[in-house]
Design a binder for this molecule. Structure first.
Ligand code: ARG
Length: 576
């Protein structure tokens, strides 16, 4: 920041905000100055590309770089710089390493590792996971669950008050179908024995049978209407299906170490839809369309948003609109996020538009956070075709694989089972979070179970390695920095620069709702650390001060690696 200011001053750039917004120059929000990292640290620690200013200053980039060098040299001390050089159209800076080491390590030594709690007193509702009752918890739901959980941890780290909401898919016509199917083809014993699988099987059977027996659909519809009207029998069967499903969902949440603040799902909002209908009528927003009540959105190039169906029952959209009103009232959120698959984009556009048309200004604070599709061998996953992978199977398989690996590589390890659990599940979570969330994933067992390269186990291994050094040192570590100068060599310095980027990584990840930024940051941190571990003697170092400084760096790195894992929802074994 200080450097940016100095550059603007030296170049006499005024009104850069206007120039920025008009696109005459490039840069970030407030500053026209782009700071880059040179590809080779021998060329400097920071590079300022000067061609950016060429248009506005009507000068050759090399001339600008020279001007900049002259100006910055006057301020070297004040800015903590050692040297300023020109490389073509770039002005490159060498920071004073000792000062930088001291500042960075002091900054991350505070309670929150240098991350400012910018979210204090702000509330964010996060709607994620939200599986459908009576359907299996599959890889798609695994994505929303781990992405949502990581966003929760990231926002929590920044001091936000986060409300974790599991908006269960526990209402809708499908339950009418299920009741009919249950009565015709299943039994209490079968459901108790086979759980969700039984419900799924009879659901599929219903869908096949209805082709030939359309009257089944009428029956299903009337059961659902009965549910909407509070029919005792219908509701008790539905309640039971819900309990059966929750047991299976909780098993997955337990494995992932995830919990929620609220499980109020769609059924909770059905009773709030009649009041919503009244408000919409009052605001003249409702139109009738073939007996149904809709909000016409043709003006905005969207399909109409359905509010109640022909038979008067509520629907996914109206239950979501009611949920927005309820959450605003109950939590007074500053932001409400919805983590779902990209295919629900239109749904959320319609819901948010409805809120806007109702004159509620906070529609601006509703954010859809979509993620890409998961496919299997290039095919869409579908319950109907049986092309499906269950979350629980993936987690179990990964834990098994991790156990086998430990048996092979470190058979004398204590608590092998516990470690295998952390490693296997960590691998699945990391695999999911490493790529940008919007990218489609082609599910491959080989990749999910790979423990090499940029993976969860690699990160966990790095942590265990750092902890092992600290353990071997044995003595209570003096957790103070004794000698900054000892950490100014290229390799230690590269690691410290990465450590200095921690706060930024957390902030950018939060801004973009993108856990992959933390995951990628974590990989660079581990790579830099492993280089340091290999090249710089730690316990064998003879100079006591240097040794202590290096140990301190090991300690700080281990803490940040541990924390980053926590931000992704991954646990780290102390040994592996
Ligand atoms: N139950 C839905 C599904 O499984 C996701 C619900 C997302 N949240 C919401 N408020 N609509 O696809």
């Amino acid at each position: 920041e200080e450097i940016s200011k100095a550059v603007e001053e030296i170049l006499g750039l005024t009104g850069t905000e206007d120039a920025l917004s008009e696109g005459i120059i490039q840069g970030s929000n407030e500053s026209s100055v782009i700071l880059e990292t040179p590809p080779d640290s021998k060329m400097g620690d920071i590079a300022i590309p000067c061609f950016v200013f060429a248009k506005i200053l009507h000068k050759n980039p090399a001339v600008i770089a020279a001007d900049l060098k002259n100006g910055l040299e006057q301020k070297k001390e004040e800015l903590g710089l050692d040297e300023v050089i020109c490389v073509g159209g770039y002005c490159n800076l060498f920071v004073n390493r000792k000062l930088f080491v001291e500042n960075t390590l002091t900054k991350v030594a505070d309670g929150n590792h240098g991350v400012e709690k910018i979210g204090e007193k702000k509330t964010v509702c996060m709607d994620y996971s939200s599986p459908n009752i009576a359907k299996n918890f599959h890889v798609g739901h695994l994505r929303t669950t781990v992405i949502g959980n990581s966003l929760y941890k990231i926002y929590d780290k920044l001091g936000y008050n986060v409300v974790r909401i599991n908006h269960l898919g526990d209402w809708g016509t499908q339950f009418g179908k299920l009741i009919v199917a249950y009565k015709k083809w299943s039994s209490k014993e079968a459901v108790e024995k086979n759980g969700i699988q039984e419900l799924l099987d009879i659901y599929v059977k219903f869908n096949n049978e209805k082709e030939e027996h359309p009257e089944l659909m009428d029956e299903a519809r009337s059961w659902f209407v009965a549910m909407e009207h509070g029919d005792k029998e219908a509701l008790s069967i539905w309640e039971w299906f819900k309990d059966i499903s929750m047991v299976e969902f909780e098993r997955v949440y337990d494995m992932l170490g995830i919990s929620f603040d609220s499980y109020t799902g769609e059924s909770f909002y059905r009773e709030k839809v009649p009041a919503l209908v009244e408000i919409l009528k009052e605001k003249n927003l409702l139109t009738e369309s073939q007996g149904a009540n809709v909000i016409d959105l043709s003006e905005y190039d969207m399909a109409p948003c359905m509010i109640t169906k022909k038979d008067g029952s509520s629907i996914y959209h109206s239950r979501d609109i009611a949920a927005v009103l309820y959450r605003k009232e109950k939590y007074d959120f500053d932001k409400c996020l919805y983590v779902t698959g990209l295919e629900q984009s239109l749904h959320f556009k319609q819901v948010f538009k409805a809120i806007e048309l109702m004159g509620l200004d906070y529609y601006k604070n509703l954010v859809h956070v979509p993620y890409g599709l998961v496919s299997l061998d290039g095919e869409k996953l579908s319950t109907r075709t049986g092309n499906i992978i269950y979350a629980e199977d993936i987690l179990n398989e990964a834990v098994k694989r991790a156990y086998e690996l430990i048996e092979e590589k470190n058979p004398s390890l204590e608590n092998k089972e516990e470690v295998a659990k952390k490693v296997g599940i960590g691998a699945v979570i990391f695999h999911d979070l490493f790529n940008q969330r919007i990218k489609n994933i082609n599910f491959s067992w080989k990749e999910v179970l790979s423990f090499d390269g940029a993976t969860g186990p690699y990160v966990q291994y790095t942590y265990a390695r750092a902890k092992s050094v600290l353990r071997k040192y044995g003595k209570e570590l003096q957790c103070t920095l004794t000698d900054c100068q000892a950490l100014t060599d290229d390799i230690s310095f590269a690691l410290i620069k990465t450590i200095g980027g921690y706060e930024n990584a957390v902030n950018v990840a939060a801004e973009r709702y993108e856990p992959s930024i933390v995951a990628r940051y974590l990989i660079s941190l581990c790579t830099d650390f492993n280089k340091f571990y290999q090249e710089c003697p730690i316990l064998k170092e003879e100079n006591v001060k240097t040794k202590e400084a290096r140990l301190y760096l090991v300690y700080v790195t281990s803490q940040i690696v541990f924390e980053c894992c926590g931000l992704l929802g991954i646990e780290c074994p102390e040994e592996m």
